[in-house]
Design a protein around this ligand. Structure first.
Ligand code: OGA
Ligand code: NI
Length: 349
């Protein structure tokens, strides 16, 4: 078993270079066991679509829609979210350019499992693990730190700073909505996240074309370990699937929509009223896909446990307290593993 201090257990192979090699079969390391392979999704369901401007025009109904989405799906799409459409398109295309930079440029930012910051092609440090078909770039942004920005393309940092401030504004607004919807004071979640010291980090995901998309996944099933994820999907290429009961539902993104999902820390803080739901990404033989996942997280040393107002004699605390730092060490070593981790935090009865 690998440890975070030792680096990767094997040489890391960039998935884009496998895709570019033109080979018609993928290496065995990417072939998933039969039950994990993507099956044809036959349903035409979609996650709830929420008009964020409704918070101004019909607040009560919109708050209710968000509440229902958090309880039943753990996922929703936001339209009219106020982030300029040229900015969302621009930031996605800037990252696409980065992933198309020559290998020598990307290699300069090669990451290690200790913090994951930089360019990488695997999650988890277990030797001989079966890998996912993606490359990514991981950035830490908050609490204020020395962010590892790529310097190519030159516009990336500026576009990202603007996009980030919009996402953080949206994240703070959503935390207020979640608090009020649960009957808590407006600032309850933000305080539980460490107030102004909350965390924010980005994973820019790149899923290259894949010659055998039926055998592998772009990202294995997982729930997000942090507070919530604010995801900019690729509008042209579907791929993100969400578990609903025992089916996989493929998200059909609305133009310029931003997808929001509840992470494990909000599931714990809400004492499981809100659900952090499993999701995964399937890949495509003809089209690459780019997505930006912004994670809005608690400060790393915050002890996370069900908020006291949500613990009653009828509904005792379902989870044991744990700091966020300790919690996220799990996915950093094990990689994406369904919902195993938050389940394992359940307090014994
Ligand atoms: C993630 C994630 C989904 C996507 O990065 O955690 O779930 O569409 N990404 O890339
Ligand atoms: Ni995710």
């Amino acid at each position: 078993m690998g440890s975070l201090d030792e680096g990767w257990p094997e040489p890391v192979v960039c998935v884009q270079s496998l895709s570019d090699s033109g080979k018609l079969s993928i290496p065995d390391r990417y072939i998933k066991p039969q039950p994990e392979r993507p099956s044809l999704s036959v349903n035409d369901m979609n996650i709830p679509i929420i008009d964020f401007n409704g918070l101004v025009t019909s607040p009560e109904a919109t708050m209710k829609q968000i509440s229902k989405a958090c309880r039943e799906w753990g996922f929703f799409q936001l339209v009219n979210h106020g982030v300029r459409t040229d900015l969302v398109d621009g930031v996605r295309e800037t990252w696409r350019e980065f992933f198309h930079e020559p290998m020598e440029v990307k290699q300069k930012y090669a990451n290690s499992p200790k913090t994951y910051e930089g360019f990488g092609s695997r999650l988890g440090t277990e030797k001989d693990a079966i890998l996912d078909w993606n490359d990514y770039y991981y950035l830490h942004y908050r609490p204020p730190c020395n962010t590892k920005w790529p310097d190519q393309p030159p516009s990336l940092r500026e576009v990202m700073e603007e996009y980030t401030s919009e996402i953080l504004r949206l994240g703070a607004a959503l935390l207020k909505v979640f608090s009020v919807n649960l009957g808590l004071k407006e600032d309850s979640f933000q305080r539980a996240f460490g107030g102004n010291d909350f965390g924010a980090c980005l994973r820019a995901n790149f899923y290259p074309k894949c010659p055998q998309p039926d055998l592998t996944l772009g990202l294995s099933s997982h729930s997000d370990p942090g507070g919530m994820a604010i995801l900019l999907p690729d509008e042209q290429v579907c791929g993100l699937q969400v578990r609903k009961d025992d089916q996989w539902v493929t998200i059909k993104p609305e133009p310029h929509a931003i997808i929001v999902n509840i992470g494990d820390q909000i599931q714990v803080l809400s004492n499981a009223i809100y659900k952090s739901v499993e999701h995964r990404v399937v890949v495509n033989p003809n089209k690459e896909r780019v997505s930006l996942a912004y994670f809005y997280n608690p400060k790393s040393d915050m002890l996370i446990q069900p908020i006291s107002e949500l613990v009653t004699s009828n509904k005792p605390a379902l989870y044991l307290p744990m700091t966020f730092e300790e919690y996220r060490g799990f996915i950093r070593t094990k990689g994406p593993q369904g919902k195993f981790q938050v389940e394992s935090l359940k307090s014994p009865r």
